[in-house]
Ligand binder design. Structure first.
Ligand code: SAH
Length: 227
């Protein structure tokens, strides 16, 4: 055990204890879905963030993940997944794979998960992390605002970056009764749930949030200035 000083991080049992505390916090903040709480108890968030941030992995805060991006706080992931009503066998599209942590939560819930990431380095690192945990997910490098038509329709779409308006292609790829969770706005943002009902869609505001902007190709609009 003399190597402890040379390797980043704490013993596994400490992370387990931290993880349990986080699960209790999520429950006290109103997360009720037992399967979701169990997924938080099983997926090691500390192994999805950089080794220098490992000891903060079970705080309920967003953390930087490189390439100017951030992983959302556990509460925001929990709210999004609960609002999307993800469960076994549901076809789910995640826009913004990031570290792959939320991807792993969704897979642990038994969803048939498809995830798109725009930044190659993050796409590759997430693929490696998910493979290490034996998580099965279809991952693609590309612009997630266009969705993944070959695998549509989806029962749930979870967008992990803020858009000015809900991407039309994503609404089109929702199954009837399907739900899309998406943060909208620039400086002032809220998380919304869109539910498709036939050709109609209804919208519910969930909570105030702060996400990184969805990267939009220049030719498809003006894009947003970097934060
Ligand atoms: N939930 C993720 C973090 C998401 S951060 C996690 O658990 O780690 C938002 C991610 O969306 C970033 O990785 C960013 O690169 C990605 N992103 C931004 N615009 C995108 C787009 N148009 N298509 C796909 N991914 C995008």
């Amino acid at each position: 055990m003399g190597l402890r000083g040379l390797t980043a991080g704490k013993p596994a049992a400490d992370y387990r204890r931290d993880r349990r505390r986080l699960v209790r916090q999520l429950r006290s903040r109103g997360v009720q879905d037992v399967a979701l709480l169990d997924a938080f108890d099983r997926v090691p968030r500390h192994l999805f963030v950089s080794s220098v941030l490992r000891d903060r992995a079970y705080e309920d805060v967003p953390l930087p993940i490189g390439a100017g991006q951030t992983i959302s706080s556990p509460t925001i992931h929990a709210l999004s997944i609960e609002a999307a009503a993800v469960g076994p066998g549901r076809r789910v599209l995640e826009v913004g794979t990031g570290t792959g942590f939320q991807t792993a939560l969704l897979a642990t819930l038994g969803a048939d998960i498809h995830s798109i990431e725009r930044i190659a380095s993050l796409h590759e690192a997430a693929g490696a992390a998910l493979a290490r945990f034996g998580v099965e997910a279809r991952l693609m490098l590309g612009d997630g605002s266009l969705g993944w038509p070959e695998h549509a329709p989806f029962d749930a779409i979870i967008v992990g970056a803020a858009a000015a308006r809900p991407p039309a292609a994503l609404l089109e790829q929702l199954a009837d009764g399907g739900r899309m969770i998406v943060p909208l706005g620039t400086r002032r943002q809220h998380l919304y749930r869109y539910t498709r009902r036939g050709d109609d869609v209804d919208r519910v505001k969930i909570t105030r949030v702060r996400f990184v902007p969805l990267i939009v190709e220049r030719r498809r609009g003006r894009g947003w200035p970097r934060p």
